[in-house]
Design a binder for this molecule. Sequence first.
Ligand SMILES: Nc1nc2c(c(=O)[nH]1)N[C@@H](CN(C=O)c1ccc(C(=O)N[C@@H](CCC(=O)O)C(=O)O)cc1)CN2
Length: 316
Amino acid sequence: MTQASNSKRIDGEALAGQRLARVAGQVATLVDAHALTPGLAVVLVGSDPASQIYVRNKHRQTVAAGMHSYLHQLPDTTSQAQLLALIAELNADPCVHGILVQLPLPARISPAAVLAAIDPDKDVDGFHEVNIGRLWRGDDGPVPCTPMACRLLLHHVLGENLSGLEAVVLGRSNIVGKPLANLLLREDCTVTLAHSKTRDLPALCARADILVAAVGRPEMVTAEWVKPGATVIDVGINRIHDDAATKPRLVGDVAYDDVSRVAAAITPVPGGVGPMTIACLLDNTVAAACRQHGLTVPDADQTQAPTDDARRHYCA
Ligand SMILES: Nc1nc2c(c(=O)[nH]1)N[C@@H](CN(C=O)c1ccc(C(=O)N[C@@H](CCC(=O)O)C(=O)O)cc1)CN2
């Protein structure tokens, strides 16, 4: 007999929609009051199909929020020197407030060299070493988008106070695991960063009040790994082929139906962390534009009267 789901499905799509509306309000205020239109440059090298979907979505949502989007799609043959030259141009362009280089890059290009070349003030991914340092010191700066998305989803379910909760983060990547462990630590969670060499993962995970899976292993986390009543955040996006004839389908790192029987709340894939990640990128872009112009990020629903500043047009 199949047991019914006990979990609340955390609707990342709906929450991202609210966040995007908020960003659009902030952009409208910046345009009206300061003649400032935030601009985001996204650079994709090569033709990875998943990356193409992500950069297209970023472009569409940037434009929908009223910002300028500069999409650079470079061929597979692009050299590291050519990519660095483009980044230097974007660093110098006053209309570009945020720069993101889509990962993964082709193997012959060093991601470390490329990320280090981005002006830290325009680094809306928060991957530059200066911004990693700011994050670990607890200073102001951009927070990587997927960890930020996880944090917002957790706050939505559990409220603002996560203090004292046991959190297990599965996966120690620079993009998700490490920065998320830091964010949760800042919120006074007791954090374990687990990985492929961790002994007895199921037992460790079963202690967690918050379990985040970011390992890229389809449906690895099953109900036995989850403490009843836990909150489960699934960062995995895996395309699996059931058979040669059908299109691949998306699954997370968590076996959704199985885990739904025990978790209190769980994010679906698709429609969970992914959409929130893009909303956080737009948040970071607005914040970067404001910082570069010495402005505070406007209240989304506060309409500001145009100021003298409005006579000067920044890429409006
Ligand atoms: N420079 C960066 N590169 C990459 C990042 C990043 O944060 N910065 N993260 C991932 C990819 N990513 C953002 O770039 C991303 C992945 C997935 C989604 C998303 O909305 N997924 C949908 C499903 C869409 C699909 O795959 O068909 C969902 O989960 O509902 C958004 C952003 C690696 N690279």
